[in-house]
Design a protein around this ligand. Structure first.
Ligand code: OOG
Ligand code: NI
Length: 306
């Protein structure tokens, strides 16, 4: 499918809005960009290739993947592989950017909590908030209006939770607690490292650079997560804490969003190509459940309280 210039403009507007608010909420974004400029890895933030962005959703009627994905499929994104996280009770899909755009758009990773698999109490808490949503809010949205979509992604879908509901959810599902407060805030953006200059274009080198700059990285399953084929290598920061204001005015520090780093190696059938011939299509695509399972924990208290 080819995408009209108008749709591409709208999509770019939505992505810019997401990145702007996300950068404000996650000071590590600026810290990392400034460090990259300082070390001469890039001269401008705009040179960074965004491998993918990620969102989290509640799997309840009118919301979840089925609702959320309509935003990006409208802009020409295509639904790709499914991933299952049994222990965390999550389902995820990734979406590839519209073909025919040369803008180097990010992939999108969207996950959904299988709410019906939680305890009766956790389900009751979640539904206390989400039941106020009685029709799919994306259907009511003008997806060709970037400002409207931007406002939607940053507007509360349900009432601000109480601290006690948040804490009850946290004890059973860290993911549920994250979504009940943070909703559709961008969960992370991802710096592609393989196209950076030599000395920084492998995940091992980039992680060493981040550690030297004092960034705190997610250690779940080891700092660098490697797919079984060895070709998708990922790392992430530990989510930054935000002072969240709960219903009734309680303020409590909770996990916000984080930054991820990805190296996609050239596939074996393309290793004969010279570096200037290598494009996205020659590198490892998609995601890896084993890596993702540990990356989710970037917002978990097992990492943020470490
Ligand atoms: C997503 C975790 C998975 C990846 O690249 O595999 C992930 C999340 O934390 O919501 O980002
Ligand atoms: Ni990711």
């Amino acid at each position: 499918m080819t995408t009209s210039p108008n749709i591409t403009n709208t999509l770019n507007g939505v992505l810019q809005g997401l990145m702007r608010r996300y950068s404000e909420r996650v000071p590590d974004v600026k810290t990392i960009i400034d460090a990259m400029i300082e070390d001469g890895i890039i001269t401008l933030a705009g040179e960074i290739e965004n491998d993918h962005i990620a969102f989290r959703t509640m799997g309840v009627p009118h919301l979840g993947l089925a609702s959320f994905e309509k935003i990006f499929t409208h802009y020409g994104y295509e639904k790709r592989d499914r991933y299952d996280f049994t222990e965390k009770k999550l389902t995820a899909y990734w979406y590839s950017p519209p073909a025919g755009t040369n803008a180097n758009l990010p992939r999108i990773f969207v996950s959904e909590l299988r709410v019906h698999e939680l305890s009766a109490e956790a389900q009751r808490i979640i539904h206390r908030y989400t039941d106020t949503v009685t029709s799919d809010p994306v259907d009511a949205l003008d997806l060709d209006d970037a400002a409207a979509v931007d406002a939607f992604l940053h507007r509360p879908l349900w009432q601000t939770p109480t601290l006690s509901d948040y804490q009850t959810l946290l004890a059973e599902s860290e993911y549920a607690a994250w979504v009940i407060y943070n909703r559709y805030y961008l969960n992370h953006f991802t710096i592609s490292v393989h196209n950076l200059k030599e000395g920084y274009n492998t995940i091992d080198e980039f992680v060493a650079f981040l550690q030297a700059k004092g960034l705190r990285l997610n250690s779940a399953g080891g700092t660098i997560k490697v797919s079984p084929d060895g070709a998708l290598r990922q790392a992430s920061t530990v989510a930054q804490l935000i002072d969240a204001e709960f219903a009734g005015g309680d303020v409590f520090r909770i996990a916000g969003s984080y930054v991820e780093f990805a190296e996609r190696r050239v596939l074996p059938s393309f290793t004969h190509l010279s570096p200037d011939q290598i494009g996205r299509e020659h590198r490892r695509e998609g995601f890896e459940a084993g890596n993702a399972d540990k990356i989710f924990e970037s917002t978990f208290t097992t990492q943020t309280n470490r």
